[in-house]
Design a protein around this ligand. Structure first.
Ligand code: HEC
Ligand code: HEC
Length: 351
């Protein structure tokens, strides 16, 4: 008898609770992750110099969280099909796995997607360095062929999304504008730092972090003077060199020449980092090398001969089969675990 009384009592209580909480106000809670520490504090410790953060775009956890959502949000593109992340994905070493990229509205682009690892340490952007700041680059990628968007139209849409408008107010003290969207994207990209490759572990003193073959391969890399250009812990000198890729074409991509108008810069491209290189096939600015072996063979051959080839830094190197295997093993020790993942995105009106 006792049990039955209890039962009858409980049911109305439950119904009451449901009735009270019907139609709750949906408040979007952005996922705010703490800022990465000063890159020099990372362990294992690549000795990066301090990243230059522009004075007018300081980093805050809230801004990085907002920038991350924008980076992953397909509503940012002209056709609603692509986000920035679509062409810079984890599984492909933060590139897109295609020889040359395909932008919004299926627009065929002429160059391959470069990796974004350590992009905050660069001072010029794109294969030819035509963008002077990461903020300018973000705006260009957004309204150019990559994302094919009209920034004014997109920010109008973003401002109708309450989850976004409250974040923009909180972070920038104003509604979304093309300028502050670019700032948010740039702030997020500055957190994409590679610091935990097996090679970093070895450099920091962990003898077991890489295989003996990779250690020998690093010697080969140095002996072959790959580090004339793939220099230091960034594994790029951030300079432009002609190694001859694509120069056999009837109308080759002139690369850096278009920016400087210096004849000697014809066919020169920014040295790519080799971090995560095992994941980012196909290779080169035009995607012409399908595999890592092919790309390495090309470099070992001294590049493709042409009038502007950087013969000073790039020389033909003959390696034994074993040395080449070791070199490839070293390059694979530069793989970087990738934890970029889609954050929750603010729902649009009526969603
Ligand atoms: C359709 C694929 C695609 C999409 C979408 C895309 N990108 Fe890229 N990204 C590329 C390609 C291709 C390049 C190289 C273009 C060049 O050098 O001329 C590039 C270059 C870059 C670079 C310069 C890298 C370097 O080494 O200098 C950055 C940074 C970047 N993208 C960020 C973004 C951001 C931010 C967005 C979103 C607003 C975005 N990308 C959307 C394909 C894409
Ligand atoms: C003269 C400077 C220079 C030297 C020396 C050099 N590289 Fe490169 N490397 C570059 C440039 C520039 C590119 C991009 C070329 C392009 O796409 O047009 C590149 C591209 C690569 C790529 C493809 C990267 C990508 O993301 O597409 C690999 C792999 C590579 N180099 C490995 C090596 C190895 C291994 C050596 C030594 C045997 C070497 N490089 C020596 C400048 C150099």
């Amino acid at each position: 008898m006792k049990m039955l009384r209890c039962f009858v009592f409980l049911i109305p209580t439950v119904f009451l609770a449901v009735a009270c909480s019907a139609e709750p106000e949906v408040v979007f809670e952005p996922e705010v992750v703490p800022l990465p520490a000063d890159p020099n504090d990372y362990a294992p410790l690549p000795t990066y110099e301090a990243m230059a953060i522009p004075e007018d775009n300081p980093m805050t956890p809230e801004k990085v969280a907002l920038g991350k959502q924008l980076f992953f949000d397909k509503r940012m593109s002209g056709d609603g099909q692509l986000s920035c992340y679509s062409c810079h994905v984890c599984e492909s070493g933060l590139t897109d796995g295609r020889p040359t990229a395909v932008g919004a509205f299926e627009k065929q682009l002429t160059r391959s997607s470069p990796t974004l690892w350590n992009i905050g340490y660069h001072s010029e952007f794109y294969w030819d360095g035509r963008a002077k700041t990461l903020e300018a680059q973000a705006l260009a990628a957004w309204k150019g062929g990559n994302m094919g968007a009209n920034p004014d139209e997109v920010v109008t849409q973003l401002n109708t999304i309450s989850g976004y408008s409250s974040q923009f107010q909180g972070v920038f003290n104003e509604e979304a504008t093309p300028d502050n969207v670019s700032k948010g994207l740039a702030a997020y990209m500055r957190t994409i730092v590679s610091h935990e490759t097996p090679w970093d572990g070895w450099q920091a003193g962990d003898e077991d972090a890489v295989s003996e073959a990779a250690k020998r391969g690093y010697e080969v890399f140095t002996k072959a003077e790959c580090n004339n250009c793939h220099d230091g812990v960034l594994l790029t000198d951030l300079q432009y060199h002609n190694v001859g890729v694509g120069m056999e074409a009837e109308e080759p991509d002139v690369g850096r020449f278009k920016v400087t108008q210096e004849e000697s810069d014809t066919g020169a491209f920014k040295t790519p980092t080799l971090r995560d290189i095992g994941q980012s096939a196909p290779y080169f600015h035009n995607g012409s090398a399908a595999t890592l072996e092919e790309a390495v063979d090309f470099m070992l051959s001294g590049g493709q001969d042409n009038a502007f080839l950087d013969r000073e830094n790039l020389k033909k190197v003959s390696l034994t089969a074993a040395e080449k295997e070791d070199l490839l093993e070293f390059l694979r020790s530069l793989d970087q675990p990738c934890s970029l993942s889609e954050p929750a995105l603010p729902p649009g009106p009526g969603e």
